[in-house]
Design a protein around this ligand. Structure first.
Ligand SMILES: [Zn+2]
Ligand SMILES: [Zn+2]
Length: 332
């Protein structure tokens, strides 16, 4: 099969992805073999390719927003049938026994393993995935539409949960990429008034089109105090800006995997009056199932730019250069 691997991580302009021909993988016990129908391109893939995330598996195949068709079942797999469409996301293993798993926080499991980092992912014609971590997908979305829901969508949904937005509350969203454009649709459907604060004019336009109450520059004050905010841009200098925009008791959730340094905070201005600053770390399978159920019941508008699988390197470089409108999706 055709696949893209990362032989040696490095800056995107050194072409860290390499196209190779690999044998089709075999499903181990508990795994499904999937023919990849679509795979989203996520910023985390860029972190894998550029080496911001350490190498966990040499020559790994990136990709963790996989829409696949079941073509073989490993030993002991039940509840799936051949030809069924399923989704594979970032989280693919937890131990199920640690204190975090035991209290329903498997996203914090120290033994967690991830698709396209610890194990080969979806920049390929076939992939294998543990059946226990595979999702059923809502029928109302096409393959290209549903792929970005599997990471951008789930993470945005978890970030929204972490932001503790009260019913009918005022939400600020800093940065507006694949994740944010889905998260605001969930928030608006739940009755929130959303203010998007981001630098690109096209993103501000899309935000208003999707129902945001206002859209301004990233460092501009929103038109009203915020009950909650989500920082999607990996920019630490926006943390004090977003905290200062919160109303008393408001929460700021930082959604990114990485963040540049946060400047020093002023207790009075940024944290007092019980403002809270929180991180968001991966997601649980429950977040994933709850989000996909939400998406089955509410038509989300998914903006995608499709690329053939043979152009995975171009897609990733375009993402790095902010040249992708919505989410890039690879089609074998
Ligand atoms: Zn655990
Ligand atoms: Zn991702």
């Amino acid at each position: 099969m055709l696949a893209w691997e990362v032989p040696k991580p490095g800056p995107i302009d050194t072409n860290p992805l390499r196209a190779v021909v690999r044998p089709r993988p075999e499903p181990a016990a508990g795994e499904l073999l999937l023919r990849v129908r679509a795979c989203g391109v996520c910023r985390t893939d860029l972190h894998v390719a550029e080496g911001d995330l350490p190498v966990h598996r040499p020559n790994v195949i990136p990709g963790h927003e996989i829409v696949g068709e079941v073509v073989a079942l490993g030993a002991g797999v039940e509840g799936f049938s051949l030809g069924e469409r399923v989704g594979v996301a970032w989280l693919r293993h937890t131990d199920g026994t640690c204190p975090y798993c035991m209290r329903g926080a498997e996203n914090l499991c120290p033994e967690s393993r991830y698709t396209g980092w610890d194990a080969d992912g979806g920049y390929a014609e076939y992939t294998v995935a543990p059946a226990a971590y595979v999702y059923r997908l809502p029928d109302r979305y096409s393959d290209v539409e549903v792929a970005p829901l599997l990471c951008a969508g789930i993470i945005g949904f978890r970030a929204l949960r972490r932001a503790d937005l009260p019913p009918g509350g005022r939400l600020g969203v800093y940065g507006f990429g694949a994740s944010a454009h889905l998260a605001i649709q969930v928030a608006i459907a739940q009755g929130a008034r959303v203010h998007v604060l981001t630098r690109a004019a096209a993103a501000r336009e899309l935000a208003l089109d999707l129902g945001a109450a206002s859209a301004g520059g990233a460092y501009d004050p929103p038109p009203e105090p915020l009950d909650a905010a989500i920082l999607f841009a990996p920019v630490g200098t926006l943390v004090p800006v977003a905290l200062a925009a919160l109303d008393r008791g408001g929460t700021l959730a930082v959604a990114g995997v990485t963040l540049t340094d946060i400047p020093s905070l002023n207790y009075e201005k940024h944290l007092f009056q019980e403002r809270e600053l929180r991180s968001v770390t991966a997601n649980t399978r429950e977040d994933g199932r709850d989000f996909l159920t939400f998406a089955a019941n509410h038509r989300l508008r998914v903006t995608v730019t499709p690329y053939p699988l043979t152009a995975a390197d171009t897609a990733l470089a375009d993402l790095a250069g902010d040249r992708v409108n919505g989410a890039a999706v690879l089609l074998p």
